[in-house]
Write a protein that binds this ligand. Structure first.
Ligand code: PDD
Length: 282
């Protein structure tokens, strides 16, 4: 790990932040996870824009400009020896002068940029695919979600999955619609149509998702793409299923609960979409 705290580059173990930081105290922060391909950051402007949109949704007024955040990210990438790296940008509301929720207690934001070498996806994700379970969310959420430092429900959903031997959970909102994975967007293919839940169902505006929507618009996909609310049954009866995230690209899902998806092997269209996606973004 190489870590940049408020402009200072530090090795992982030396990187420390105050215990009065509001991200630590209350999860009062926003974050982004992106990556580099051969030192080139992936859609970094879109990631910084999304960071600011998340901040706006929780009334966190950035004391850093987009330009400064971009230059700190680039400085960190430059200083690190990694070609393909994960980049995490964390912006907290700041360090409190006393305990208390009032944002007026906070000093300026803390900006932390982490970078770490990215490992290639495990080969079995492509040969076998991953398995998922369903997780019922309790917190009502609608509209495009902010990416904040409070991932409690997602952590519970992921824990539940791993404790049951699955890779992750597809989360279900309080209206019974499948929204997304705990750190990924959700997709199914049925009768040669690609479906993904709409942002309005309480979904993060994922940038991998956005790239696939862009490809569909430019007629670069081998099948039509439809944004539509989806139920558990839509997932269980799908011909193919996959998840997407910036760091993992497209990952085939071959089992949900105890049901095999399609023939239980990664779908041909899913693998084609992975190939087309990588060509598009690399
Ligand atoms: N997470 N949904 C949620 C809840 C996420 O946390 C993420 C990303 C995504 C996918 O978005 P994108 O395509 O922009 O990566 C969807 C990252 C990987 C993380 O938290 O590490």
């Amino acid at each position: 790990f190489l870590v940049n705290i408020n402009g200072t580059l530090l090795k992982g173990p030396e990187a420390k932040i105050s215990v009065f930081d509001r991200g630590f105290l209350y999860g009062d922060s926003v974050y982004e996870a992106t990556r580099t391909f051969n030192k080139r950051p992936f859609r970094i402007d879109q990631h910084i824009d999304r960071l600011f949109l998340s901040a706006e949704k929780i009334s966190l007024e950035p004391t850093y400009s987009k330009e400064v955040i971009l230059s700190e990210v680039l400085k960190t990438i430059e200083a690190a020896p990694f070609k393909d790296a994960t980049i995490r940008i964390v912006l907290t509301r700041g360090t409190n002068s006393d305990l208390g929720l009032d944002p007026a207690l906070s000093g300026p934001n803390n900006l932390v940029v982490f970078t770490k070498e990215i490992k290639p996806n495990p080969a079995w994700w492509i040969t076998d695919g991953v398995s998922m379970i369903f997780f019922q969310k309790k917190i009502e959420a609608s509209g495009s979600l902010p990416k904040t430092g409070n991932y409690q429900e997602n952590i519970l959903a992921n824990r539940e999955a791993t404790s049951r031997g699955a890779y992750d959970s597809f989360m279900i909102n309080t209206h019974g619609h499948v929204t997304e994975g705990t750190t990924s967007n959700a997709w199914v293919i049925k009768n040669n149509i690609l479906f993904t839940p709409p942002l309005a169902d309480g979904v993060l505006d994922g940038l991998t998702r956005k790239a696939l929507l862009e490809m569909a618009k430019r007629q670069m996909l081998p099948l039509p793409l439809v944004e539509k609310s989806l139920t558990k049954d839509d997932f269980l009866s799908a011909d193919e299923c996959f998840i997407t995230s910036t760091t993992r690209n497209v990952v085939p899902v071959t089992k949900i609960e105890s049901h095999l998806i399609g023939n239980g092997k990664p779908g041909a269209l899913t693998l084609k979409l992975l190939e087309l996606y990588l060509e598009f973004v690399k």
